[in-house]
Design a protein around this ligand. Structure first.
Ligand SMILES: O=C(O)C1=C[C@@H](OP(=O)(O)O)[C@@H](O)[C@H](O)C1
Ligand SMILES: C=C(OP(=O)(O)O)C(=O)O
Length: 450
């Protein structure tokens, strides 16, 4: 569905080699956090390379509703004039976070320890996703939440009048939950502690330190212990958003399965909490190299070079790697379908509560296109058919999920018959230039009539 609610059906088919350079947009996780932390700092944060996808634009609008001045200077340059920790104003209207779990959960955290009331909603996908995972810990700060049955949006959060700091062990491996607690901890006096058993993306921790908060991270027997001292004055920052490894995944995987391809995806952050897919592809035998490796803004970076890799083998993906590639399993399953032998993915229950049930969405579409897939509550196995041997020819449902839509469009580049996607509109949430970028490399992705 486009943001206007009209489905955007597309199809993709075999094409000549993909060649050239793919400049993917800014990192979605860092873009959300730049706007939210900018709004909680005192003074003006400048942001270059912000992802101008619908998810992030919704977060920008939300920050305005809470009183920050958010200005688009054009060309990915933005500024946020923040109101300080505890300075959020009460929004006059409902906050619509669109399709974005990150947006709504982080913003709920950011306002939960301030004595204001806000009501949140989203699209049909977001309104079906679980929110108790954030409202449970936010209640410990003193915030109250009233939503629909099952802890679903629309939901009203009554911020704590006298917030208290919290010690919280995250029950699910989720950077969104961790971040919501840390952002709520900003306006609680004393130390808020979050403990996670499995490390998840650490952008909130790094950025909070960058904004001047006192935050320490320790590895202990209990897990990863993050301690934040509340009520700091956050100092505005100048931020250059790195390009998004989760978006880079699509041209990289497309190149690996399209005959003769050689694609360069420059300036990709390889923070170990995000780089699991690329390691996995290399373990499968992909011709994927890191060129020009360097460190920028404290983050490891490289240019990714992906070449057609006809002899990849299925593997058992280490479950310990799941959090570092959680958004990349759908497109990995497309590569797995073109590898030889089974690819086994375990410890991935979280895939069932994303924009769609991603195991079910991919398994159904892959099966319809001639790939054998088995699945259980927290695992799935894709039986690889060998490069170029997937039949294709079926229509796949994207279920309002950008990553499902893009994954099936990548699948169509390798199949014998074209693959159709019922609605690629959601791609605009995270990768608004996906279509022209892939076309420039040589992909055949076309819009169809509904
Ligand atoms: O914190 C973030 O920016 C994100 C965390 C992940 O979600 P979970 O924390 O729910 O796993 C990921 O799927 C999402 O795309 C972005
Ligand atoms: C899961 C995702 O996003 P979110 O949770 O922010 O909707 C994603 O981008 O793959």
């Amino acid at each position: 569905m486009s943001s206007h609610g009209v489905p955007v059906p597309m199809s993709s088919s075999k094409c000549g080699p993909l060649k050239g350079r793919a400049d993917v947009p800014g990192d979605k996780s860092i873009s959300h956090r730049s706007l939210i932390l900018g709004a909680m700092a005192v003074g003006e944060t400048r942001i270059t390379g912000l992802l101008e996808g619908e998810d992030v634009l919704d977060t920008g609008r939300a920050m305005r509703a809470f009183g920050a001045e958010v200005t688009d200077h054009g060309g990915g340059e933005w500024s946020v004039h923040g109101v300080g920790v505890g300075g959020f104003a009460e929004p006059e209207n409902v906050i619509d976070c669109g399709n974005s779990g990150t947006g709504v959960r982080l913003i709920m955290g950011a306002m939960a320890s301030t004595p204001i009331v806000a009501t949140f909603t989203g699209d049909a996908s977001l309104n079906g996703r679980p929110m108790a995972r954030v409202t449970d810990p936010l209640a410990l700060f003193g915030a109250e939440a009233v939503g629909r049955t099952g802890g679903r949006l629309p939901m009203t959060i009554v911020g704590a009048k006298e917030p208290v700091p919290v010690r919280y062990v995250t029950p699910v491996p989720s950077a969104q939950v961790k971040s919501a607690v840390l952002l709520a901890g900003l306006n609680a006096p004393g130390q808020t502690v979050v403990i996670e058993k499995e490390a998840t993306r650490d952008h909130t921790e790094r950025m909070l330190q960058g904004f001047g908060a006192e935050l320490t991270v320790e590895d202990t027997d209990e897990g990863h212990v993050i301690t934040l001292t509340g009520q700091p004055e956050l100092k505005p920052q100048v931020i250059t958003v790195p390009r998004d490894p989760s978006s880079a995944a699509f041209p990289v995987c497309a190149a690996l399965i399209t005959e003769g391809s050689d694609v360069l995806v420059p300036n990709i952050g390889l923070n170990p909490t995000r780089a699991g897919l690329f390691e996995t592809l290399r373990d499968m035998g992909a011709d994927l190299t890191y060129e020009n490796e360097r460190t920028e803004g404290g983050e490891p970076m490289a240019d990714l070079r992906a070449r057609y890799s006809p002899n990849m083998k299925g593997i058992e993906v280490p479950p310990a790697r799941a959090a570092s590639m959680i958004d990349e399993y759908p497109v990995l399953s497309v590569v797995a379908a073109n590898a030889s032998g089974p690819t086994v993915m375990r410890g991935v229950k979280e895939l069932r509560v994303k924009e769609s049930d991603r195991i079910d969405a991919m398994a159904t579409g892959l099966r319809a296109n001639g790939v054998e897939v088995e699945d259980g509550p927290d695992w799935w196995i894709v039986q690889g058919r060998g490069m170029g041997n997937v039949q294709g020819g079926a229509e796949c449902a994207s279920h309002l999920d950008h990553r499902i839509a893009m994954s099936f469009l990548v699948l169509g580049m390798s199949t014998i018959d074209p693959v159709r996607v019922d609605d690629a509109g959601p791609v605009a949430t995270s990768f608004p230039i996906f279509e022209p970028l892939m076309a420039k490399l040589g992909a055949k992705i076309t819009r169809r009539n509904a």
